[in-house]
Design a binder for this molecule. Structure first.
Ligand SMILES: [Zn+2]
Length: 280
């Protein structure tokens, strides 16, 4: 189509932030830091390369995801341990915080709950910011690599995409079949993954993660959590995923318990105040 006469004018309209987030309830980071200082480690699990691990975090506790052995990205799912229908809502988290998460930002839960499941309390890659390509770390853009898209694009039958890794791990953790576990798997927080959108075509891109051994991302559990973390077959995601070609390394998850007195003054987040009547 030919451009209308006022095309330049229309393009020049300034953008408006969809969800100004100044009114979001602010996490008490000082309280979290104080609670973390006295927290005790109660568990440690490892996601092996091209596999996923699961872990549970008590409400008010913390968990830390660390790079060990080599640069590796991880696909993280979170559920309310007491009600798996309340789970991480990547799309709404993106709408509220933007395309990538860092310290002080939260992983929000699905409707009708819409409350923080976890708050990021430490990010050793927060120095990265946004690079010249528009890339940043820990995205909530991507979904999770999966065998269905791989099959659609190339006809492949590949079984170690994050979607399948998460499905197997959840099935083992809950003691249910793969068929029962699979619908619980959802879009992820891409831990340590460096991504953005190309300026010219708007395509989702990835590039080698800046993560190095010893880097970590740490979370406060706002509700009792069940987590699953997949060490993506993409490795550091510098070239490809949905295959066994990339170098892959494990990821470590450590879980910490907080003394109840350390959380004095903290109240668990309430479920959404919307009355649920939808106008009827
Ligand atoms: Zn993946």
């Amino acid at each position: 189509m030919s451009e209308p006469e006022d095309a330049a004018l229309r393009r020049a309209v300034a953008p408006v932030i969809c969800y100004p987030n100044e009114t979001l309830p602010k996490p008490d980071m000082a309280l979290y830091r104080a609670a973390r200082a006295g927290a005790k480690k109660i568990d440690e699990v490892l996601a092996s390369p091209r596999e996923a691990c699961t872990f549970e975090v008590p409400q008010g506790g913390f968990f830390r995801i660390s790079s060990v052995e080599g640069p590796q990205v991880g696909d993280l799912n979170l559920w309310n341990r007491q009600d798996l229908s309340e789970r991480f809502y990547s799309g709404k988290t993106r709408a509220l915080h933007g395309t990538h998460l860092t310290t002080g930002e939260r992983m929000w839960s699905s409707f009708p709950h819409l409350r923080p499941l976890a708050t990021i309390v430490a990010d050793t890659l927060d120095w990265y910011g946004m690079d010249a390509f528009g890339g940043a770390v820990h995205d909530v853009i991507g979904t999770r690599c999966d065998p269905y898209t791989g099959n659609l694009l190339s006809g492949a039958q590949y079984h170690h995409c994050c979607h399948s890794n998460l499905t197997r791990a959840l099935s083992d953790h809950l003691g249910v079949s793969l068929t029962e576990a699979e619908p619980h798997v959802h879009d992820v927080l891409n831990v340590f993954m460096c991504t953005g959108f190309t300026r010219d075509t708007g395509q989702y891109f990835m590039k080698a993660s800046p993560v190095r051994v010893g880097d970590y991302l740490e979370f406060f559990a706002e509700v009792p959590l069940l987590g699953a973390l997949s060490a993506c077959p993409g490795g550091d995601c510098s070239s490809e995923h949905t295959s066994d070609v990339s170098a892959c390394y494990p990821l470590r998850v450590e879980v910490f318990e907080t003394a109840p007195e350390a959380l004095e003054g903290w109240a668990p987040p309430a479920r959404s105040g919307y009355d649920g009547s939808h106008g009827r």
